[in-house]
Design a protein around this ligand. Sequence first.
Ligand code: GLU
Length: 487
Amino acid sequence: MEVRTRFAPSPTGFMHLGGVRTALYAYLFAKQNNGKFILRIEDTDQERYVDGAVEVIYDTLRACGLNWDEGPDIGGPVGPYVQSERKATYLPYAQQLVRSGHAYYCFCSKEEIEARREAVEAAGGTWKYDKHCLHLTPEQVEEKLAAGIPWTIRMNAPTEGETSYHDTVFGDMTFQNAEAMDDMVLIKQDGMPTYNFANVIDDHLMGITHVMRGMEYLSSTPRYNYLYTALGWDIPEYIHLPTVMRDATHKLSKRDGDAYYSDYIDKGYLTEALINYLALVGWNPGDEREFFTLPELVEAFDVHRLNKSPGIFDVNKLTWFNAEYIRRMDPARYLELATPWFDQALAGKNIDYRRLAELMQERTEIFNQVPGMVRFLAELPDYDVELYTHKKMKTNPEVAKTALTLCKPVLEAIAPEDWNEQVLHDRLMEAIAASGMKNGAVLWPLRIAISGQASTPGGAMEIAYLLGKEETLRRLDAGMEKLEAQA
Ligand code: GLU
């Protein structure tokens, strides 16, 4: 039997990280079984439809390398793969269920249902559709249909007994039918199926063998099993996945900007780091390995090692992964990825990005930190004179004055065409040696004067090189003035 999994997002405009992880697991499981990974767009809730949302789904999955074997754009043997395009598929199955007594036409208006719901709740009860229309005779139903009264088709849910099924992650599940089931709508007034109906019909018609989806569907699964059975179909294997959480009590949220794939990419996280980390939120390889490419995940993934407690998405851990991926990447790629971030701070400045990239690669954890880290090259920050004080370097504003006075003529004497790190290094070290001062006591103040900050990518020579002669000397003068003013 060929393994067939599917990812079935609703096009809401964004890809939630939990959704990306579901897609990832469904992809891994299909691939490691030489099966098929299918993309199905669940757009039957037309009110929630967002323009361009399908492209977001495509782009995200592609960026993550989760290429589907069958789907809306590439087709396949059991298409179409967009539920709204399958609209005509669902009604005959609903009608079959009506004939077998597992479903019935309902003509209650929203207002009628609302009034009965209010009455039940006012009496302290919990509302469930009350099977009001179940008792219509076939003739009455025909009459109403002929009269054009808007209708829905509802499932005729059992009111007693229990339903059990096995879930790969959560084990044996048992639900009381009276609680877990209700006469849910299968076909809506607009002729569209509900998710609750369409998922069953499509998973069956598309030959889905393993249904992987969020654990929020655990408790509605008895209803789906009722439908599978009523239609005489096999029930698929269920692999429900625990929710991806920010911490034990908080979900990832749109408002906190931590819920969507794009939130992370926009901040400058790498897709491969995100995928690697996401795989580990809810699953572990059973050994110490932490770094996985997608093909390695296909090898290592094991549904039996999925965790049933909520997956905590620790952004610090993600950042750690991201920094590692950046550190290990090819320098040319780093340069390419960093360039737009450099531009944010340095556009129009004549800075050697290649050299800057070499200095920055080790220090970059997330790309959105890059502009802030290099902005001092565009503009000298307004710094406190106390930065010149450094115990270990044995320097303070007084020493700094001497140091800068020592450096100035040395730097002035370097011809613009010789302005490179080697020459800067040789001339400065020579002058420092001759002065009898400690290296740190000179180089610390020099770096402060030309960068205006305690922590910088690269040291004094690298920064002087990046700034160029003119700007370096301008900053040096400003530093000496600052120190004078302080005295
Ligand atoms: N369209 C559903 C959702 O986005 C999919 C659930 C499922 O995978 O069955 O939540």
